[in-house]
Write a protein that binds this ligand. Structure first.
Ligand code: COA
Length: 173
């Protein structure tokens, strides 16, 4: 049970610890990890809008990034973000840290007026935060299927006949 967790914005001093957490979380889950390098590329390109860390007793146990995406819906530009990656140190998983980071990120994104968030992720995890594959389905994107999901931060944002989602070059898609 996590009792004294602080969610705060990432600083450059956190970058080495953050890279370790991303690598350990993804390696434990998938056997390999290129996500820390992806974060470095999108950071360097200035695309990161929100980066938060979860800190407990002075140690970072989790991290989340929201970065800018190029999205249109029915010909109009949407102010949209990609959520990727979210990582929790393996020993601290399943204690609510991932959920706290996601909800905190959404709160900041709403405050800053973003319209929507897109992600590629587990179809059994993200719907509890409001994401759905149906929300992402009208958008032509490099991904599809039940892992590609979207969340409207403003009601109605995803109610479009058609749209496009383009990931900026650092994503290498
Ligand atoms: C996914 C991740 C960020 C979740 O963080 P967390 O702090 O463990 O999650 P929470 O404690 O908030 O939520 C736990 C719930 O998430 C679910 N969950 C965790 N990882 C999951 C996964 N890979 N697939 C499906 N569900 C998952 C658990 O089953 C648990 O569900 P329950 O509450 O019904 O038991 C974390 O497990 C992690 O870092 N995984 C490795 C990296 C990764 O896969 N990132 C996401 C890429 S899509």
């Amino acid at each position: 049970m996590i009792t004294s967790l602080t969610i705060r914005p990432e600083t450059s001093a956190d970058w080495p610890a953050v890279a370790e957490i991303i690598t350990s979380a993804f390696t434990a889950a998938f056997g390999e990890s290129a996500e820390a390098e992806l974060v470095q590329r999108i950071r360097k390109a200035g695309l990161i809008e929100i980066a938060l860390v979860a800190e407990q007793d002075g140690a970072i146990g989790g991290h989340i990034v929201f970065s800018r995406l190029d999205v249109t819906g029915d010909g109009r530009t949407l102010n949209a973000l990609a959520l990727a990656p979210v990582s929790v140190t393996p020993a601290l998983q399943r204690s609510g840290i991932g959920g706290r980071l996601i909800e905190a990120g959404h709160a900041v994104a709403r405050e800053r007026g973003f319209d929507a968030v897109f992600l590629l992720g587990h179809p059994t995890y993200y719907p509890r935060f409001g994401y759905s594959a149906a929300g992402a389905a009208p958008f032509r994107a490099p991904f599809g299927g039940d892992h590609f999901m979207a969340l409207a931060l403003k009601p109605g944002t995803l109610d479009v006949a058609s749209g496009t989602v383009a990931y900026p070059p650092p994503w290498g898609l």
